[in-house]
Design a protein around this ligand. Structure first.
Ligand code: ATP
Length: 366
């Protein structure tokens, strides 16, 4: 009888104690350190000025890479200039032969295309800039992808500004993963424990890398894991990433997708890298049970349940191996200090299970 909140909408909750959950609002996390005008180098030291002040006081001074202006003070033209600095000047239509649409998200549609020279397939995400409330999020996403190449992160290839009469689109070319999102696999098929271990190991490796680069992903869930037909597993969707800096090693913006959020995020505490470890644990539950805990509940009630219940119950625990149960315990530890880091998890026995990753092809095709 209950509705499932399958669209897994992500949120930023304004820091004003109201229940203003605003979908796809910006976090504006990783806008920029003052003295660095190089758009390729991004660090952040603050939060969005359009976020209401937190309990600790006024929003920290955040500055933009271009001209040290806060993002909401940038004019439309300055934002567009930031995009122009980021994009390739080539004509994407000369480089790529655009084929069919393979998906769509909050910020636009994704098409498959072939590189005319190499004949390789690529994915092109087309975002209508005239219809984007928070363009800074997109800049964050592109910068993270551009600067952080890893075997288990969707590789960025290039991006383009495509301007026509009355239209302005940003096209981002990236590796194409023809298996699509992990969500479809967990919803449609039952994964074996060693397959879950193989997927989790690759995601943990990508997260350990991001954390070593002082980045928190903040939106880990099956929707943001893409699969290839030869066993590839790659993290995507970097729009919500936060850059940690020495003078600001904790965050407090409530960001993410409710069902996957760590208790310290939900309870509006300061948080750090380990929010990704909690979400990784929730994603392991998705792989075991097909969905995250509380998906039948409204997002607001799910937040309440996360805060009040702490570690969620695992159904049919007796069917699981001690290693996977222990791995979940290490991820879903409410006390942040006791929760494992990704680096520690990499040597967990559960992730050592042998697996033929190409076996996932069957699950993708099912
Ligand atoms: P947004 O980031 O705008 O909130 P989203 O995270 O929901 O959106 P998109 O990144 O726009 O989703 O992707 C939408 C869908 O397109 C994905 O669910 C996936 O099926 C497909 N897709 C995205 N990127 C790729 C890729 N690199 N290769 C193959 N398919 C992809």
């Amino acid at each position: 009888s209950s509705v499932k909140y399958k669209d897994h909408q992500k949120f930023m909750l304004q820091n004003d104690n109201s229940t203003n959950l605003s979908a796809s609002e910006d976090l504006e996390s990783k806008r920029k350190s003052s003295d660095d005008n190089d758009p390729k180098k991004t660090t952040s030291n603050g939060k969005s000025p359009n976020q209401p002040a937190s309990k600790e006081g006024a929003p920290k001074n955040i500055q933009c890479r271009r001209n040290n202006k806060a993002p909401d003070k940038m004019t439309e033209e300055e934002v567009m200039q930031a995009f122009r600095d980021l994009v390739s000047k080539d004509d994407p239509l000369k480089k790529y032969d655009i084929k069919q649409k393979v998906g769509s998200g909050a910020s636009g549609t994704v098409c498959v295309a072939t590189d005319r020279q190499t004949n390789h397939a690529v994915a092109i995400k087309k975002m209508d800039l005239s219809n984007q409330p928070k363009k800074e999020l997109i800049i964050t996403e592109i910068e993270v992808m551009k600067q952080h190449q890893h075997e288990n992160i969707v590789n960025f290839l290039d991006c383009y500004l495509v301007e026509g009469p009355g239209s302005r689109e940003l096209w981002v070319a990236m590796e194409y993963l023809e298996g699509g999102a992990l969500t479809d696999v967990v919803m449609e098929t039952i994964l074996k424990e060693n397959q879950i271990a193989g997927i989790t190991k690759r995601c943990t490796d990508a997260l350990a890398y991001l954390h070593s680069q002082e980045i928190i992903h903040r939106d880990i869930k099956s929707d943001n894991v893409l699969l290839g037909m030869n066993g590839e597993v790659k993290l995507t969707d970097f729009g919500f990433c936060a850059q940690i800096t020495q003078d600001r090693d904790k965050r407090n913006t409530m960001v993410g997708t409710p069902y996957w959020m760590a208790p310290e995020v939900v309870s509006r505490k300061q948080y750090g890298y380990k929010v990704d470890v909690w979400s990784l644990g929730i994603m392991v539950i998705e792989m075991i049970e097909g969905e995250p805990p509380y998906l039948n509940e409204t997002p607001i009630r799910a937040l309440y349940l996360i805060a009040s219940n702490g570690k969620p119950q695992i159904k049919d625990k007796s069917k699981l191996s001690p290693d996977i149960v222990n791995f979940l315990d290490k991820c879903l530890e409410v006390e942040v200090e006791k929760r494992a880091t990704c680096k520690e998890l990499m040597s967990h026995p559960f992730l050592g299970l042998p697996v033929d990753m190409t076996s996932l092809r069957q699950n993708i095709l099912a």
